[in-house]
Design a protein. Structure first.
Lengths: 164, 249
């Protein structure tokens, strides 16, 4: 948001690869199997005219307290790798569960959280036994990003990454 | 304060006050799932309120940030809809209030996403998906209450009757509304009524509840004239910040 610096420039490809390597190690504070890259919240990486690195971060759910933690964790990781940076909020286009990477979806399922489906749909299958016989227990779960489901086959409750 | 700033503050305040009301349910909801549900809706509204308050502060240009606006204004300076400050009552009262609000906010966000105020449009685009999710939750509950037992049906109907007098204000245009609509910053409130009615009527039909008769009684919360309930809510919400200015976690 606001005026972008006129002379901002993108990092060189090898620097960018290093930065992405660092960000791949920054975990989502609530779902630590996901990195901030998997989550799809890093919108840009560029140098400001004053030489400082700027990271554009998209907030996830409006009510998610993890957003502030994500920004602080990103800045700390970059700083300790020798890249002092500033974070800016990027509200548009808004983040949605569609921004989650394919790798992120696989990691979620392996962790026991059903990945988001298409808009308005529920989980495709139970992340534990794979049965498609699932029912919603609650639209809201233990964190703002999750809903609660139950499997009709193995009877286990499980989290579903809210599709929003 | 310009009409633009005032209009953004109205939206921010409605979100903030309703978030505070819903937060009162934490630890008291009828089931753990509803405790989490109401708290999550509250958090979403609060997150949106923070962005809107920050935007209002920017537009005002007097250096007031979101905290100054939330904690250091008096009752008559709050510009929220009178509907959202109404007490939680029982679960049916809270759910009925939420359906009326969610359906309104959803239509509002759809329209605001095309606002000439880019930051406001971005906040609304984000709020739209959340409002739709909230309406699915509140609408689903009103349906279960209305189409549930005789007792739950009666209480849900009573809740609607009690809240209906506050509906007028959602669609009443005043000078501020007309100015910001002219500048394509926000839609005229009256333009939102048709879509709202369609959404609310659909929920009421599924819930086997009757739409209350129109109540020709105006409220003026968005102009700073409130019902008797807002002062108590603010006293609680603002007490910590006022006792310990600048306190942080």
């Amino acid at each position: 948001m606001g005026a972008q610096p006129a002379l901002a420039r993108d990092p060189a490809p090898e620097v960018r690869a290093r930065l992405e390597g660092i960000l791949a190690q920054v975990a989502d504070p609530e779902i630590p199997v996901l990195s901030v890259l998997d989550l799809g919240v890093i919108r840009h990486l560029r140098y400001r005219p004053d030489g400082r690195l700027e990271v554009g971060v998209a907030p996830t759910y409006s009510g998610c307290p993890a957003t502030a933690v994500i920004k602080a964790d990103v800045l700390r990781a970059l700083e300790s790798a020798g890249f002092p940076a500033v974070a800016v909020d990027v509200l548009s286009p808004p983040w949605s569960s569609d921004w989650l990477s394919e790798a992120g979806r696989r990691k979620l399922a392996a962790f026991g959280i059903a990945p988001p489906g298409r808009r308005g749909s529920g989980p495709a299958a139970c992340p534990r036994c794979g049965s498609a016989d699932v029912e919603r227990v609650s639209e809201f779960g233990s964190t703002p990003c999750k809903a609660l489901y139950r499997c009709g086959a193995c009877l286990e409750p499980f989290d579903y990454f809210k599709c929003l | 304060m310009t009409p633009h700033c005032r209009a953004v503050l109205r939206l921010a305040d409605s979100n903030l006050v309703l978030a505070q009301r819903l937060g009162e349910w934490v630890g008291h909801a009828p089931a753990l799932e509803e405790d989490l549900g109401l708290a999550n809706v509250s958090l979403d509204l609060l997150g949106q309120a923070r962005l809107l308050l920050a935007r209002a502060g920017e537009l005002e240009g007097r250096g007031r940030d979101e905290d100054a606006l939330a904690y250091l204004r008096e009752e008559h300076e709050f510009l929220n809809l009178t509907l959202v400050e109404q007490p939680n009552g029982d679960f049916a009262d809270t759910i009925a209030r939420q359906v009326l609000f969610d359906a309104w906010q959803l239509g509002l966000c759809e329209s605001l996403a095309a606002s000439s105020d880019a930051p406001l449009a971005a906040i609304a685009a984000k709020g739209r998906a959340e409002a739709s999710y909230h309406l699915r939750y509140s609408g689903g509950w009103l349906e279960r209450l209305g189409d549930g037992t005789a007792e739950s049906h009666e209480r849900a109907q009573r809740a609607l009757e009690k809240l209906w007098p506050f509906v007028n204000e959602l669609f009443a245009d005043d000078d501020v509304d007309r100015e910001v609509a002219e500048a394509r910053i926000a839609p005229l409130p009256s333009s939102l009524e048709k879509a709202w009615s369609a959404r609310v009527d659909a929920v009421l039909a599924a819930a086997t509840l009757a739409r209350p008769a129109p109540v020709p009684f105006p409220w003026f919360g968005k102009q700073g004239r409130h019902s008797e309930h807002l002062g108590y809510l603010l006293a609680e919400m603002q007490s910590l910040h006022r006792a310990h200015p600048g306190a942080t976690w």
